[in-house]
Design a protein around this ligand. Structure first.
Ligand SMILES: [Zn+2]
Length: 282
């Protein structure tokens, strides 16, 4: 795999310290703005190849039937909960899901009366979304879909930005295609997932890595509440609600996130495994 060094996606500077090294990957922290990212990063063509092989589908295929069934059931429930949260801000309209995968979230939205569109780089996932759910999905990057200005009432990024080469560019494009009163929804893993980290250290007697080579999906960015807030502001949005994205599929993670959620409600410190933010155009 070929790699290249990149500047900070949030502030543009090239001044970082190394937090962790794992094979060719290093996780670094920008000394200027605090953004944590993987540097060097695999080249874009290599990333596309990685996702073309659809690592998630390969993983799921290898699971025993019972695991597969329970994972799928749980995953369907997650989509319904996500839509319910989105609908607390907007009831209907045009909804775009960037990184829509197989279209499970969009199929839930479509069933509830939304006009749905998807963007996805994995060809297999795009055909699945089209053939199984009848979803209009564009294969490629968001910038290449060339949607007209002010097209959507809601744009969602469910765990996409951490995989994207250019999270800021994606958010700026989302601002252009959102209607003036549109809602942006972003969920990403939380780099300050301290409750998970403590539990991991307790059971495994070692600290978890921020990022390791073996992951099915390559995480290029590792956001905290602060850096997520900053990148959203820089793209021209005002956050209106922060939350914990606690729709995990594994039970131990859900238990840990329940602790994190209680702590968040009392102390307003977000230590969940993943972050979720809702924002409007500034
Ligand atoms: Zn920076």
């Amino acid at each position: 795999m070929k790699f290249k060094y990149v500047g900070c996606n949030l502030c543009g500077q090239n001044n970082f310290k190394i937090l962790q090294a794992d094979g060719p990957f290093k996780v670094v922290k920008c000394k200027n703005c605090g953004l944590i990212y993987t540097n060097p990063q695999p080249e874009e063509t290599r990333l596309l190849e990685h996702y073309r092989q659809d690592p998630h589908a390969l993983w799921l295929k290898k699971q025993p039937a019972a695991v597969k069934k329970s994972w799928e059931r749980r995953f369907k429930k997650v989509q319904a909960k996500r839509l319910k949260k989105v609908q607390s801000f907007k009831r209907a309209g045009a909804l775009l899901d960037v990184g829509c995968g197989y279209g499970f979230f969009l199929s839930e939205a479509k069933f509830n009366g939304w006009n749905v569109y998807g963007v996805e780089i994995s060809e297999g996932a795009v055909s699945y979304a089209k053939n199984v759910f009848g979803i209009d999905a564009f294969k490629g990057e968001l910038r290449d879909a060339h949607f007209p200005d002010n097209s959507f009432d809601v744009v969602t990024f469910w765990h996409l930005l951490e995989h994207s080469i250019d999270p800021l560019g994606n958010l700026i494009e989302a601002k252009r295609i959102l209607k003036p009163d549109g809602i942006l929804v972003v969920a990403v893993p939380n780099v300050r997932n301290y409750i998970y980290r403590v539990a991991y250290m307790f059971f495994k007697l070692k600290a978890p890595k921020i990022f390791s080579q073996g992951l099915r999906k390559i995480h290029l960015y590792h956001f905290s509440v602060n850096t997520l807030k900053e990148i959203i502001r820089k793209a021209g949005f005002t956050p209106i609600k922060f939350d914990i994205d606690k729709e995990r599929s594994a039970l131990p993670e859900r238990v840990l996130d329940t602790f994190a959620w209680i702590l968040y409600k009392i102390l307003r410190i977000n230590l969940g495994i993943a972050l979720e933010v809702y924002a409007r155009k500034s």
